[in-house]
Design a protein around this ligand. Structure first.
Ligand code: NAP
Length: 641
C-alpha cells in the first residue's frame, strides 16, 4: 500500500521497475563478514552478510506461503446473525431510553479521539449544543472497545494522549496502557461537557441534508431524530472489527471472542489485573499483530495453556517502557506537546532536527527505512541497494533479538520475520518473546492459516488443538477502508446523492474534509482520504479538529447558513492528489501480504484514495495550507449561502 512506501523510494519507483523487479530486503549467510550494513551496524550475534539474491529468494518464498486463496475472507458482522454476537458490548449494559428528538447545532458521529477533539475545539469556538452519537457505551472509541489484557499504545504517551497541557496531565508511563488513555479521553469529554448530551449505544442509520432548512437530519437505530446545522463524521480508522472466515468456526463448543470485546466475565480480572478464571483453561490465541502480541504475556501468566496461532510473525522491536521521570514536566514551555509531536513527525519525514525527543524504535528504525540516505552522485540502483541493506540490517537486528530471547531454537526460527521492515506495521514489545520460554505456551506456526475449527478447537496440518477458549486477535478492516463502509450508514446530500455513490470511484473532497454536494458536512482526516498520514494518529486528529472548529467559527462570524465545496476547488484538490500518486507495486508486491499493502495487491489502490503529497503525504505543507486558509478568513473554494 502506498502510505507505507517511502516517499523517497516512490520517486524512483519507475526506474526501479526496470532495474530490479524484486527490490526486497535481505537475509544472510554464514561468513562472519560485516561489510554489509549501511547506516546500521550488523547486530551483535548476527553472522550473516547481505546477499540480495539469497534474500530476495527467501522473502519471496515466505510471501508465497502466505498468499493463499481465501486469506482475506472475513465474516459479515453486520448481517450474519451467527456472528453478530461478537460485536456486543461486554463493558456497559444497554439501558432502555426513549427516542430523542432534538435540534442541536452539531452532531458528531464517533466519540473517540477525533470526535472528542472536534467537540472540544467546537466548544472553544463557542458552539453550545453538541451531540456525540456512538455505538459504544461511552467515549474513547478504539480505547473504549480495546480493553484486552496488556493493551497499550506503542506511540509515546506524551504525544499520543491529546490535550495534556489543557488538562494539566502527565502520563504515568512512557507508553500508556489502554485504561489510562481511556480515562484521559473521558476527562477531556468531561472537561468540555461532551457526555451529558451524548447518545451512546446508538448507531446512525441515515442522515440527509435538507436544503430548505439548511440542516442535516440524523436518524438512529434508537428512533432518534436529530436536526443539526453541522454534521461531523469522526468514525475513526479502526472501527470495523475483523473476524476471518475459518471453516467450521461456528461449530466451536467453547467461549470465543475478539480482542476488541474482551470477555472478563469469562477470563476473570480486568485491565491490568490477573485473569483469575483461566487457571484451568486452555486458550487459543489467533493472530500475532499488535493486539495479539500484547495480550500474550498476561494470558501466559494466567491460563493453564496457551496455543499461539501465528500466520505471519511481526517485526517486534524493543519497547523500553518505563515510569515517567518525576522531573519530566519541570520547565516544559507552553506549546511543548505540539513541539514534541512536530519533532517526531519531522523525523518520520526525514527532516533535520536538533534532537530526537522520542528516541525509540519509530525514530530509530521506521524513520530510517522511510528515509534512506542519499549519497551524492549515486545511481538509482545504488540508492536502492543502500536502502535495501539498511532495511536488511534492521530486520536482521530484529531476528537476532529473537535468538537472544527465545531459548528453543525451533521456536525462535519460526518467530523470525522475513520481509522488508515496512511490509507490515512494526510492533514493539519486551515481554512477548519471553512468553514462549514458558512450558504452558506453544507456538503453532501456520503461514497458510488455520485449516478449520471443530467443536474442540483449531486444526492445523491435521493436528487438532483442543481448547476451552478462542481469542481472535485478528484485527480490523484496513485503515484504507473507504469512508462509506466505515460510517455504516447512508449520508444523503443534495439532490438525493449519497456519499457512497459519489465516492464509489474514489474520495472527492476539498482538503480531505469537505465534499461537494454535502453542505455543512465535515469528515475527520484519515489515511488515503486526500489528507495526510501521521504515525501518531493524534497529531492528524488535532489538526482536523482545529480545522473543523476554525471553519465553523468563520462561518458563524459571517452569519453564513450553509457552505458547499465549489466545483473548481474540489476538482483542483483531486488533481493535486492524483498528480502525486506513484503506483507502489514495483516495491511493495514483493512484500508479505498484509493490511498495509492491500493484502499483496498494492497497485489496487485508487489514485484518488491517497494523500496530499507523496506516500504518507506532506504533513507540514498540509498544515501550513490549512492554517493559511483559516487565517485568511476568506473561506476560499467554498460556495456560501
Ligand atoms: P492486525 O495487525 O491486523 O493483526 C491481525 C493478526 O491476525 C495478524 O497476525 C494476522 O495474520 C492474523 N490473522 C488474521 N486472519 C487470520 C486467519 N484467518 N488465521 C490466522 N491468523 C489470522 O490486527 P491488530 O493486532 O488488532 O492491530 C490492528 C491495528 O491496531 C494495528 O496495526 C495498529 O494500527 C492498531 N494497534 C495499535 C496498537 C498500539 O500499540 N498503538 C496496539 C494494538 C493495535 P497476518 O499477519 O498473516 O495477516
Amino acid at each position: 500500500m502506498r502510505v507505507c512506501a517511502s516517499p523517497s523510494i516512490m520517486l524512483v519507483v519507475n526506474e526501479i521497475r526496470r532495474a530490479n523487479p524484486f527490490p526486497t530486503g535481505g537475509v544472510v549467510r554464514d561468513t562472519h563478514g560485516s561489510v554489509c550494513n549501511i547506516g546500521v551496524m550488523p547486530p551483535k550475534g548476527s553472522s550473516m552478510v547481505f546477499e540480495p539474491e539469497v534474500v530476495h529468494a527467501k522473502y519471496l518464498a515466505e510471501r508465497d506461503k502466505r498468499l493463499v486463496p481465501g486469506r482475506t475472507a472475513i465474516r459479515d458482522l453486520t448481517h450474519d446473525e451467527r456472528v453478530a454476537g461478537y460485536r456486543a458490548d461486554p463493558f456497559t449494559p444497554i439501558v432502555d431510553r426513549d427516542p430523542v428528538v432534538d435540534d442541536p447545532d452539531v452532531v458528531i458521529v464517533g466519540g473517540g479521539i477525533a470526535g472528542l477533539l472536534a467537540g472540544a475545539q467546537l466548544r472553544k469556538a463557542g458552539i453550545e449544543r453538541i451531540r456525540i452519537v456512538d455505538a459504544a457505551g461511552g467515549v474513547g472509541g478504539t480505547w473504549y472497545w480495546n480493553r484486552y489484557p496488556g493493551v497499550m499504545c506503542d506511540v509515546e504517551s506524551y504525544q499520543y494522549l491529546p490535550m495534556l497541557e489543557e488538562l494539566d496531565y502527565v502520563p504515568t508511563r512512557r507508553y500508556a496502557f489502554g485504561e489510562e488513555i481511556r480515562l484521559h479521553l473521558q476527562a477531556i469529554a468531561d472537561r468540555f461537557d461532551l457526555v451529558t448530551d451524548a447518545l451512546f449505544h446508538t448507531g446512525v442509520t441515515r442522515s440527509a441534508w435538507d436544503d430548505g432548512a439548511g440542516r442535516w437530519t440524523v436518524h438512529t437505530d434508537r428512533g432518534d431524530e436529530l436536526s443539526c446545522r453541522y454534521y461531523v463524521l469522526a468514525v475513526g480508522i479502526l472501527n470495523l472489527m475483523k473476524l476471518p472466515v475459518i471453516p467450521g468456526m461456528d461449530d466451536f463448543d467453547g467461549r470465543a471472542f475478539h480482542t476488541a470485546r474482551w470477555d472478563y466475565g469469562y477470563t476473570g480480572g480486568g485491565p491490568g489485573q490477573p485473569l483469575t478464571q483461566l487457571g484451568d483453561k486452555t486458550v487459543a490465541l489467533i493472530g500475532t499483530g499488535a493486539s495479539g502480541l500484547q495480550a500474550l504475556p498476561p494470558l501466559a501468566e494466567n491460563a493453564k495453556h496457551v496455543y499461539v496461532f501465528q500466520r505471519t510473525p511481526s517485526a517486534i522491536g524493543v519497547r523500553g517502557n518505563r515510569p515517567t521521570d518525576p522531573t519530566f514536566a519541570d520547565g516544559l514551555a507552553p506549546g511543548w506537546q505540539k513541539a514534541r509531536m512536530d519533532n517526531f513527525q519531522s523525523i518520520m519525514l526525514g527532516r533535520p532536527v536538533d534532537a530526537d525527543l522520542t528516541d525509540d524504535g519509530w525514530t530509530h528504525h521506521y524513520a530510517r527505512v522511510q528515509n534512506p540516505p542519499r549519497v551524492k552522485g549515486a545511481s538509482i540502483a545504488e540508492f536502492m541497494r543502500t536502502a535495501e541493506e539498511l532495511d536488511y540490517g534492521i530486520m536482521e537486528e530484529h531476528r537476532t533479538r529473537i535468538d537472544q530471547l527465545v531459548t528453543k531454537p525451533d521456536v525462535a526460527a519460526a518467530l523470525k520475520p522475513y520481509y522488508r521492515y515496512l511490509c507490515k506495521r512494526p510492533c514493539f514489545h519486551d515481554e512477548y518473546f519471553d512468553a514462549f520460554n514458558r512450558p504452558n505456551v506453544t507456538l503453532v506456526d501456520c503461514p497458510a492459516g488455520i485449516d478449520r475449527i471443530t467443536e474442540l478447537g483449531p486444526v492445523v496440518g491435521g493436528q487438532q488443538y483442543s481448547v476451552d477458549c478462542l481469542v481472535y486477535g485478528t484485527g480490523f478492516e484496513a485503515e484504507l477502508t473507504p469512508l462509506q463502509r466505515r460510517i455504516g450508514h447512508d449520508v444523503v446530500g443534495r439532490d438525493g446523492i449519497t456519499l457512497a455513490w459519489k465516492w464509489a470511484d474514489g474520495a472527492a473532497s476539498l482538503f480531505g474534509m469537505m465534499s461537494r454536494g454535502f453542505p455543512n458536512l465535515f469528515v475527520m482526516p484519515a489515511p488515503g482520504q486526500q489528507s495526510v498520514v501521521t504515525v501518531n494518529y493524534t497529531q492528524i486528529a488535532v489538526l482536523g479538529a482545529e480545522f473543523v472548529a476554525g471553519t465553523v467559527a468563520l462561518l458563524e462570524k459571517r452569519g453564513i447558513k450553509a457552505f458547499d465545496v465549489g466545483v473548481d476547488a474540489e476538482a483542483d484538490w483531486i488533481r493535486q492528489i492524483v498528480e502525486t500518486y506513484v503506483d507502489p507495486s514495483a516495491v511493495m508486491s514483493a512484500c508479505t501480504p498484509s493490511r498495509i499493502n492491500n493484502e499483496g495487491d498494492p497497485g489496487g489502490v485508487k489514485p484518488q484514495n491517497t494523500n496530499y503529497g507523496r506516500g504518507f503525504g506532506d504533513y507540514f505543507a498540509y498544515r501550513d495550507l490549512l492554517e493559511g486558509w483559516l487565517a485568511s478568513g476568506e473561506l476560499d473554494g467554498l460556495d456560501l449561502t
